[in-house]
Design a protein around this ligand. Structure first.
Ligand code: FA5
Length: 398
């Protein structure tokens, strides 16, 4: 402090005039330097607030405690605000002799640092007082047991969908999406299903108008993707909602499918089988076996339905080994030992032609599964409508 006073004494003339006398000491008759004067007043003001804080909160926050933050802010603005006293010192620097200005600037900056440090320390103390006051003034009993917040979980179909997606993403498949309201071209014609084709009857379609439909399957993604990613290798997975005029225990008018499409040079039916075999074991367990049944889809050739061995009776058709009475028939697979998962096949050359690809150069495979059905299988859900009824008693089980 003594050194500080010496440095202050070196700065003449003082900017502004101070009439404040030193409180004590041999120089008490000399007026203080303005920098020193501000520091002395700042110390005194701080001291007042610190005394208020030291008195501490009583049984509840006192009026004094409540006023603390406001008093603190006022004080901060008064000294360190834009128009505060410390800035005022800098503004008055122009009245000094040029050679005194650098030292004066340094001293003012030191004063500002000093003020900032004291204000930060004081603010921390005020926050402590506020917290202590609010705790002692409220009826909060921290020893009482807390409220249990019910934990939510993902819908079973979401869980199954995520599991399928993450498996195929792990094999390098990319996500792709296509519209749910689509042109006849994407849902039917480009997939080798002309207007008079008998297979249209298999899809009980919701028509928006003559040319626009609610897509009946996710296979429309094949056409959209091949049209926009011409002549390059494709490996996509495309989940989404689809719609059919269909309603019973295993059919819903709105359901979810997941489609995969792989296109490159020399993609074979064996690649399709290997990929699906890997997936079935992952999804339903390593004991699962699968089979392909010859089938027909206009957009794949050859085509197949993929079945997996029944999850419940382990492919035996009866529940003997699965907790049932001897010979008790397995209702899930209707005693066949197999459950149909979806359709698949090699991309039909006509489809490549429709989207402008050369079928001589490229080959591919595709498959489409019903996510609702897989969920029913995985969890033994007897009626598809449970999945969309939003009954909490059902949903809580997952
Ligand atoms: C198709 O939809 C073809 N697009 C699948 C495909 C894709 C074949 C790529 C070849 C290449 P399908 O109509 O069989 O195929 O339906 C596929 C699956 O959707 C069915 O196995 C079933 O799991 C599910 N599914 C069909 N209709 C319904 C429905 N109304 N409610 C719930 N799930 C259904």
């Amino acid at each position: 402090m003594a050194r500080w006073a010496e440095r202050l004494a070196g700065i003449f003339p003082w900017p502004g005039r101070s009439t404040v006398k030193r409180p004590t000491g041999p120089e008490s008759s000399n007026p203080m330097h303005p920098i020193e004067e501000i520091r002395v007043r700042l110390d005194a003001d701080m001291q007042k607030l610190e005394t208020l804080i030291a008195d501490g909160p009583g049984a509840g926050p006192s009026e004094g405690d409540k006023a603390l933050p406001k008093q603190f802010e006022d004080l901060k603005v008064k000294y360190t605000g834009k128009k505060g006293e410390i800035s005022g010192l800098l503004r008055s620097m122009g009245t000094l002799a040029p050679e005194a200005r650098p030292e004066f600037g340094k001293l003012v900056n030191e004063l500002r640092d000093y003020a900032d440090a004291r204000f930060s320390a004081l603010q921390a103390k005020i926050q402590e007082v506020e917290i202590a006051g609010s705790l002692s003034g409220s009826s909060l009993d921290a020893t009482l047991p807390g409220y249990r917040v019910p934990a939510g979980s993902l819908h079973p179909m979401t869980q199954v969908r995520e599991e399928i997606i993450s498996f195929f993403q792990g094999l390098g498949f990319e996500m792709a999406l296509a519209p749910e309201v689509d042109n006849d071209w994407y849902n039917f014609e480009a997939l080798n299903i002309p207007p008079d084709h008998p297979s249209r009857d298999m899809h009980d379609t919701f028509y928006v108008d003559d040319k626009v439909v609610l897509r009946t399957h996710t296979s429309n993604v094949q056409v959209h993707y091949m049209e926009t990613h011409r002549d390059q290798p494709i490996r996509i997975i495309a989940p989404g909602f689809v719609y059919r005029v269909d309603n019973d225990a295993t059919h819903s008018p709105m359901f979810q499918q997941v489609e995969c499409l792989v296109v490159d040079k020399d993609i074979s039916f064996a690649n399709l089988k290997g990929t699906l075999f890997l997936w079935a074991k992952h999804m339903f367990g390593t004991e699962t076996t699968m089979r392909f049944r010859p089938s027909y889809f206009p957009f794949t050739e050859p085509s197949a339905e993929m079945d997996v061995s029944c999850y419940f009776c382990k492919g035996s058709g009866t529940l003997d080994g699965a907790g049932g009475a001897p010979g008790q028939p397995c209702r899930t697979c209707k005693t066949t030992g197999w459950i149909e998962i979806g359709g698949c096949g090699s991309v039909d050359p006509n489809v490549f032609g429709k989207v402008g690809w050369d079928p001589e150069k490229f080959s591919g495979f595709a498959f489409g599964f019903g996510i609702d059905r897989i969920t029913m299988l995985k969890y033994g859900i007897p009626d598809i409508s449970h999945l969309t009824r939003n009954d909490n008693r059902f949903l809580k089980q997952f």
